[in-house]
Design a protein around this ligand. Structure first.
Ligand SMILES: Cc1cc2nc3c(=O)[nH]c(=O)nc-3n(C[C@H](O)[C@H](O)[C@H](O)COP(=O)(O)OP(=O)(O)OC[C@H]3O[C@@H](n4cnc5c(N)ncnc54)[C@H](O)[C@@H]3O)c2cc1C
Length: 418
């Protein structure tokens, strides 16, 4: 076997988790190969934060940070202790890319360009003399007795002492994340928690939604109901699209919506004026209508709603648009207040993996050592990144998970081999 086909550590998948894992292992002196089926590294990374890369979240308290991932978040304690938010900020800053805290405590590179993040990672890999193999699709592995010995590519094999799997989830498969790692892990005896789309736009039954496509609403609240019982709630920003709704709070609710839809119908209740209770909103609407005395109802809502929403709301209110505002009854006004506070949306399905920002589910965490990211089934195997059964809300949590688990996996694999 030629020297260029024998390594201490083979990392599969050149996304954020794979790059940081390979870089860290090399920094500790290991001879590392990083294999990526695309022609470039970080194809998905380049899409993050709309090309600006929300690379972590401004929350230094590890306990609070892990709570955002639900019950599985505890798994991240050690990884965050080794390479947490502060270490990630320092890592990029010491290499020339300062982080900037923006709205909602999201941290972006100061110059607002994901390329800066990628450049740092590429330099890290080159400093460690990591061998990068582009355009190579890993097909399978050679494994005997709880140990892997070789990676099988289409045209050759690569020998290594340790293997780190960072092939991501199943979201945005157009970027290369097609769930390959799940198949291998299953064959090694790992349990795969069913991968489902998370942080995903939602299709909505109501036809009027399409008329509002492109409209973004800020400071609104969305409540999620099933069988009349409130299941979840978010406050913030949402967006209407040609198929339904999207935007940060919709994405954050989507995992729950997907799970609940398997059991039956769900409703989203949109409150356009969450800062005002029913009574205050009624007074406010009355005041606004008074200003338009003698005018038609259809021209009276400008102070209360974005322009594009007015025709839709007028139709939904059932109030005759040509009616003079002076003749609007208390009952009609009441209906209007309810529309503003309880506008009903009926989710039919999620948009699916093709457009989901992350995958929920993956390698069952009980079969991975949280102190090292080492598999409990195969002794020289590690996992990192989105392939694990961990997903966070939007805001930089998902990349932070990749940096932390990738770094720890690289470090553990390198230390064990030295
Ligand atoms: C549009 C979009 C915006 C996002 N924005 C943010 C954001 O701002 N902040 C945030 O925290 N998160 C964001 N995310 C989520 C974040 O990008 C992912 O969580 C992260 O990329 C996962 O990293 P990973 O390294 O685990 O996997 P991936 O990035 O999916 O990388 C896996 C790599 O493995 C390669 N691979 C797969 N199979 C094989 C094989 N058989 N052989 C060789 N190579 C293989 C793939 O080609 C891919 O390059 C966003 C995601 C999307 C889709």
């Amino acid at each position: 076997m030629k020297d260029d086909q024998v390594f201490d550590i083979a990392v599969i998948g050149g996304g954020p988790a794979g790059m940081i894992a390979a870089g860290r292992a090399a920094e500790l002196g290991a001879k590392v190969v990083l294999m990526e089926k695309n022609e470039v590294l970080g194809k998905k990374l380049l899409l993050t934060g709309k090309g600006r890369c929300n690379f972590t979240h401004n929350e230094l308290d590890i306990r609070k940070f892990t709570e955002k991932y639900g019950r599985n978040g505890r798994f991240l304690y050690r990884a965050l202790a080794v390479f947490g938010v502060k270490e990630v900020i320092d890592f990029f800053e010491s290499r020339g890319v300062k982080g900037k805290v923006e709205q909602g405590d999201r941290i972006f590179p100061e110059n607002g360009n994901v390329q800066d993040i990628l450049k740092v990672l590429l330099k890290y890999l080159s400093e460690g003399k990591v061998t990068i193999l582009y355009n190579v699709e890993v097909i399978n592995f050679k494994q005997e007795d709880r140990k892997i010995s070789q990676v099988i590519l289409r045209d050759r094999q690569i020998i290594a002492a340790k293997f780190i799997i960072c092939t991501g989830g199943k979201s945005y498969p157009q970027t290369g994340s097609t769930g390959d790692g799940y198949h291998w892990a299953r064959q090694w005896g790992h349990t795969i928690i069913e991968p489902v789309p998370a942080l995903n736009p939602i299709k909505i039954a109501e036809k009027w939604v399409k008329e509002l496509q492109g409209l973004s609403l800020k400071n609104i609240s969305l409540q999620l109901f099933q069988n009349g019982k409130k299941q979840d709630e978010r406050f913030g920003e949402m967006l209407f699209t040609h198929f339904g709704v999207s935007g940060p709070i919709v994405m954050d609710l989507s995992k729950n919506i997907g799970t609940l839809l398997k059991r039956g119908a769900v409703k989203l209740i949109l409150d356009l004026k969450p800062a005002l209770d029913f009574k205050k909103l009624d007074q406010r609407i009355q005041r606004d209508l008074d200003k338009f005395k003698g005018r038609r109802f259809k021209n009276s809502l400008k102070g209360l709603l974005p322009l594009s929403m007015i025709p839709v709301m007028i139709r939904l209110s059932g109030i005759e648009p040509e009616k003079q505002v002076d003749y609007i009854s208390r009952e009609e006004r009441n209906k209007l207040v309810h529309l503003f506070k309880e506008l009903e949306l009926s989710p039919t399905e999620l948009l699916g993996f093709k457009w989901s920002v992350v995958t929920s589910g993956g390698i069952a965490l009980k079969e991975v050592d949280p102190d090292t990211m080492c598999s409990k089934k195969i002794e020289n195997l590690y996992f990192a990144g989105e392939i694990l059964d961990l997903d966070g809300p939007s805001g930089g949590y998902n990349l932070q998970e990749c940096w932390s688990t990738g770094y720890l996996a690289g470090e553990s694999a390198a230390k064990k081999s030295s």
